[in-house]
Write a protein that binds this ligand. Sequence first.
Ligand SMILES: Nc1ncnc2c1ncn2[C@@H]1O[C@H](COP(=O)(O)OP(=O)(O)O)[C@@H](O)[C@H]1O
Ligand SMILES: O=C(O)C1=C[C@@H](OP(=O)(O)O)[C@@H](O)[C@H](O)C1
Ligand SMILES: [Mg+2]
Length: 182
Amino acid sequence: MIKAPNIILVGPMGAGKTTIGRLISQSMGKEFYDLDKVIEDNAGADIPWIFEREGEEGFRRRETQALASIAESDAGDCVLATGGGIVMREENRDILRENALVVYLYASVAQQLYRTSKSTHRPLLQTGDPKAILKKLFEVRDPLYREVATLVIETDARHPRSVANKVLDAIRRHLKMEITVS
Ligand SMILES: Nc1ncnc2c1ncn2[C@@H]1O[C@H](COP(=O)(O)OP(=O)(O)O)[C@@H](O)[C@H]1O
Ligand SMILES: O=C(O)C1=C[C@@H](OP(=O)(O)O)[C@@H](O)[C@H](O)C1
Ligand SMILES: [Mg+2]
């Protein structure tokens, strides 16, 4: 059996990182971590509270710490769903590139908007016009997701199970290819 390395999912809010990460971890028999949940557990508080008390900068500090500790401790054995802003710090991008097979879950701004509209736990979307915010973030972040990603998977117009299967197929193909060329 081919042993896949750490799988890390990146992409914008609403791409489905948390949902798809859990599904593929079950299929691969790997441990699943959601970085936002790790940050919340470490802080003993939820993300809106962290943003309110410590600002985005405080949240980003916690995010980098949590990413570094997972990347070091579980190398080779987990699926990690990150938050949409993980690529904003260069040190995070270095960790992603060095420690994992990174999968970019792509979603159009329209899908991001639709999928994030039902919840209120994303502080960045609670002030102003969510569509304009998502569009602006996407312009900055899409090239950064592509910079760290080994695989890019389109998620629009696909049920989560179908996206998960597509990710699993792409990982299998990629790992086989790596073995034949090396
Ligand atoms: N492929 C998909 N099609 C439709 N809805 C989806 C899809 N992927 C995720 N969702 C839904 O979108 C919302 C946000 O998904 P989530 O996994 O939290 O995204 P992320 O972690 O990337 O922000 C959830 O309600 C989830 O059920
Ligand atoms: O895009 C971002 O900067 C953020 C995305 C969120 O995670 P999801 O992408 O899982 O929603 C969460 O980390 C935080 O609210 C900030
Ligand atoms: Mg998430």
